[in-house]
Each structure stands twice: as structure tokens, then as C-alpha cells.
Ligand binder design. Structure first.
Ligand code: CA
Length: 228
């Protein structure tokens, strides 16, 4: 069974999420507090995707996200954000989340997001083996890992997919829509801003000087490209 952690203290929202995940073929693992979430992850090491509420009784969802990410760079993490708190989206992504859904969300939207992320973390690139080298970077497409000058760069699955797209298309300007469609999938409901936030985070990890990027460069008014 494909297990998904559902961390949400409001029981009505949690039930709604759980019912819809079951309908979508997932096995929801429930938690009401951050402490319960960590306990559930210890008991269920095969959880691949986590849905995290932000306002919780013990610690906030960003901190939960940070700790999960520190322990497991491959976990797919979706933040459940409130519509009124625009900053939550950016904060969530900067603390290592892969995606967010804004409350109130529809069952279709929720399952589309979980499906998309599960496909990523499940790793459907099995037919691909080998290495891709560009400048100081070496991408291992079998292990889905990146090295810069021989040192491992810890990436989330989304970050891996973005950098692979760039390394597959060196020097080609890619629009935000191209990146969104390729990385998140055409059925993705989200906003283009998620592309910018993920690229900002990726630059912090791969650029020598993130304030003046030389690997992922900006194509003003259009998108991004690999190199100049
Ligand atoms: Ca809450």
C-alpha cells in the first residue's frame, strides 16, 4: 500500500483528507501533533509522502517539515496552507516542502497533487541508467543524486527533476510553463510561482554565489536556462 502521512489537528479536515486518499488508493497514516507525526514516521518507515498542516498544538508544520527533510531528503512533502497566509507557501517551500495545497481544497486537487508527488518519489525513471556531466556537476540518473566537484548536493525529488531538466537542455531557455509541465505534470493545478521558489532554493544549493547565479540563469520575462 502507498502510505501517506496526514498531519492535521482539525479532525474534520483530517477525515476529509483521509477519506479522499483512501478513495485514491492510498493508506493514510494519521497524526494530530508534530510529536505524533514523528512517532508515526518511526513506525512506518515506508511512508513516501507527507501532508503537513502548519498551525499545530505543539510545534509548527514548518519545523516538522525541516526535521523530516533533515532526516529524509527523498520524502515528498506537501504543506496544507491557509488561503489568507500567502507567506506560508514561500516559507513552506523554503523549509524543504515540495508543494502546497491551499485550504479549502477539492478532493480532485488533493489527489492530483499527491499522485504527482508520489510518481516523483516513487521514481518512475527505472529505464534510465547512467550519468550526466555538465561542468562541475555530475547527475546520477539511476540513484537520482547530484554531485558538485565530487561532493554530494542534497536535493529534494522536485529539485532533482528541475536540475535534470536543465542539464538535459543546456543553453536552452525554458519558460516557467515548460518547467511546471515537465516537473509537476500537465495535470498540475498550481501557480507558476512554485517554479520560482524552487529555483531560488535550488540556487542556494548549487550556485557558487546564489545572488549572482551562473548555472541556472534568469531569462527576463520568460523563464530560466542552464548556463549563459
Ligand atoms: Ca491546524
Amino acid at each position: 500500500m502507498k502510505k501517506v502521512l496526514v498531519l492535521e489537528d482539525e479532525s474534520s479536515i483530517r477525515s476529509f483528507v483521509v477519506i479522499n486518499l483512501r478513495r485514491g488508493g492510498y493508506e493514510p497514516i494519521e497524526a494530530e501533533t508534530g510529536a505524533q507525526a514523528f512517532e508515526q514516521l518511526r513506525r512506518n518507515p515506508d511512508v513516501k509522502v507527507a501532508l503537513l498542516d502548519i498551525m499545530l498544538p505543539d510545534i509548527d508544520g514548518f519545523e516538522v517539515c525541516r526535521r523530516i527533510r533533515a532526516a529524509d531528503p527523498h520524502m515528498g512533502i506537501i504543506m496544507l496552507t491557509a488561503r489568507t497566509q500567502e507567506m506560508d507557501k514561500v516559507t513552506g517551500l523554503m523549509t524543504g516542502a515540495d508543494d502546497y495545497v491551499t485550504k479549502p481544497f477539492s478532493p480532485a486537487e488533493l489527489t492530483a497533487r499527491v499522485d504527482a508527488l508520489y510518481r516523483r518519489v516513487g521514481g518512475d525513471d527505472v529505464e534510465e541508467t547512467g550519468e550526466l556531466t555538465r561542468g562541475p556537476f555530475k547527475l546520477n540518473t539511476r540513484n537520482r543524486t547530484l554531485e558538485k566537484n565530487g561532493e554530494r548536493v542534497k536535493l529534494t525529488q522536485i529539485e532533482y527533476s528541475i536540475i535534470k531538466l536543465f542539464m538535459d537542455n543546456p543553453g536552452k531557455a525554458l519558460s516557467r510553463e515548460d518547467i511546471l509541465n515537465s516537473v509537476w505534470g500537465r495535470d498540475y493545478f498550481g501557480e507558476l510561482k512554485i517554479v520560482d521558489v524552487n529555483i531560488r532554493r535550488l540556487r542556494l544549493k548549487i550556485e557558487d554565489d546564489p545572488t549572482s547565479p551562473t548555472f541556472i540563469t534568469t531569462v527576463w520575462g520568460y523563464g530560466y536556462k542552464w548556463g549563459f
